[in-house]
Design a protein around this ligand. Structure first.
Ligand code: UN1
Length: 483
């Protein structure tokens, strides 16, 4: 019998209702968990519990909130092996990737434990005599946190930690495919000293519980990471006018490789950035833009590198890449390869792979010979698929890179300082990487893109306060002006 986990509302498990079976994408015979599925009523109770907890939690001191986050961060770090194993088992990224993600979640909790103790306000003189002005940051209220399956613990941590740190209460809906890591994070935070209802977990389908979490009058803010289509629905939904929305959506991230690049480094940037985490990252380096005289050498070296790239059970030590998360994502990947072929591209690899256990395996795919305007270079695949486009020179490469509609992260591989500086200044992406993959970001600095990729204030690091607080300007005349 596998374990059953449930939604958590007001600090208590929600029992009853239907259950859903979660299987391991590396081995479909392995049931990871059963989870109780929340319906609209549970979502409403979760919002009500968060609203009820808000007066208490928002009046705690920064030190009390810091202690909760710090304690939770310590537990996440201490249990990195165990939580990493669960994450790899339910999502399918490799053990080192999964463990690394858990460590990142622990660091994020610790970061916000420190951040909440930093000074955030201003006290200044008014332009009117005798009047004081203060600008303070206050929590917004109830925040709905809706997260995707590809980072089952880090993305929840980087939304929930700042939400709680700055005094908000939370209703958290993780992706259906990865309830286990989400449940553990909530359990750890609740045991670290949160009052009942400050953090509620809703394990349910977006199509059923989503509208309550995004439009209920008691919800003051919604932070969402996921597809552009769902982001659009959230933004356009009829909801109270004051509701804040933060969206982190797709990415089509160009990695420019120019003639003078260090070839070995460029290959690693492309292979790690494109195929790491099975390419299931909105920051994936899925779109290589190579100048004419390096293109063929690059393709040859990437092919050689992929010849040594192993696909296997996410928890087998030493493998390079785990399975695709589920059948529908696997179909989407294969669909994009078909479209690329129809549009005249050549596809190397990308075959379905059969191993000892039944899982959603495919080999990494390299798409050659397409042009920048083709579908494969415009739309997000979200799988182990990298397209390499040939351009004449750096100027064309920059123009192609900047034509991406989902400008999240853009990279360049070059040994020339002037080219690197030019790209950094002229890229229209939210994040720019020089001699690094487009994926893989720090937790203490802002994260986000431009164009269709992001909406609202940036996430993470010192930027997080912008979304998770609202500013108050107070004018005080302490008494009659004396002199
Ligand atoms: C990373 O590249 O380190 O969903 C993080 C995603 C992003 C996170 C990427 N929001 O893939």
């Amino acid at each position: 019998m596998s374990r059953t986990i449930t939604s958590v509302v007001g600090g208590s498990p929600v029992t009853g209702g239907s259950t859903h079976t979660d299987v391991n994408p590396s081995d479909l015979a392995d049931v990871v968990l059963e989870h109780g599925e929340a319906d609209v009523a549970v979502a409403q109770q979760a919002v009500a519990a968060a609203a009820q907890a808000f007066p208490t939690w928002s009046r705690t001191t920064p030190w009390q909130r810091s202690e909760v986050l710090d304690k939770a961060g310590s537990e996440v770090l201490a249990r990195a092996d165990e939580l990493g194993d669960l994450l790899a088992r339910e999502e399918g990224k490799t053990l080192p990737e999964a463990r690394g993600e858990v460590v990142r979640a622990g660091q994020i909790l610790k970061y916000f434990a420190g951040a909440v103790l930093q000074p955030h306000g201003h006290q200044l003189d008014s332009v009117r005599p005798g009047v004081d002005v203060s600008v303070t940051r206050e929590p917004i209220g109830v925040v709905s946190v809706i997260t995707p399956w590809n980072f089952p613990i880090a993305i929840p941590a980087w939304k929930i930690a700042p939400a709680l740190a700055f005094g908000n209460t939370v209703v958290f809906k993780p992706a259906e495919l990865v309830p286990g890591s989400a449940w553990e994070l909530v359990d750890i935070l609740n045991r670290s000293g949160l009052p009942e209802g400050a953090l509620n977990l809703v394990l349910g389908r977006g199509s059923s519980v989503g509208p309550t979490l995004t439009t209920d009058a008691a919800v003051n803010a919604v932070t969402f990471t996921g597809s552009v289509a769902t982001g659009r629905l959230i933004l356009d939904a009829p909801a109270p006018l004051g509701r804040k929305v933060q969206l982190e959506l797709g990415g089509k991230n160009p990695l420019v490789i120019v003639d003078d690049a260090d070839l070995a480094l460029a290959v690693e940037c492309l292979v790690q950035g494109g195929f790491g985490s099975t390419g299931q990252r909105c920051t994936a380096s899925s779109f290589a833009v190579a100048t004419d005289s390096i293109h063929d050498r690059l393709v040859e070296a990437v092919q050689e590198r992929l010849g040594r790239w192993s696909v296997g059970d996410a928890r087998t030590p030493g493998i390079d890449m785990g399975p695709v998360v589920d059948p529908s994502q696997l179909r989407q990947n294969q669909h994009y390869l078909d479209v690329a072929r129809r549009e005249g591209g050549e596809v190397l690899g990308g075959e379905l792979v059969e191993l000892d256990t039944e899982g959603h395996y495919m080999s990494p795919a390299l798409v050659l010979g397409t042009s920048a305007g083709d579908t494969i270079n415009r739309e997000e695949v979200f799988g182990p698929v990298v397209s390499v486009v040939r351009v004449a020179d750096y100027a064309e490469a920059l123009a192609v890179a900047n034509s991406s509609a989902m400008n999240l992260s853009a990279g360049i591989c070059t040994t020339d300082l002037a080219t690197a500086a030019h790209f950094r200044r002229n890229s229209r992406a939210g994040m720019v990487m020089v001699n690094l993959p487009t994926a893989g970001v720090d937790f203490h600095v802002p994260f986000g893109g431009r164009g269709d990729s992001s909406y609202g204030p940036r996430e993470q690091g010192f930027a997080a306060i912008d979304f998770f607080t609202t500013s108050k300007t107070a004018y005080t005349l302490p008494g009659s002006p004396r002199n």
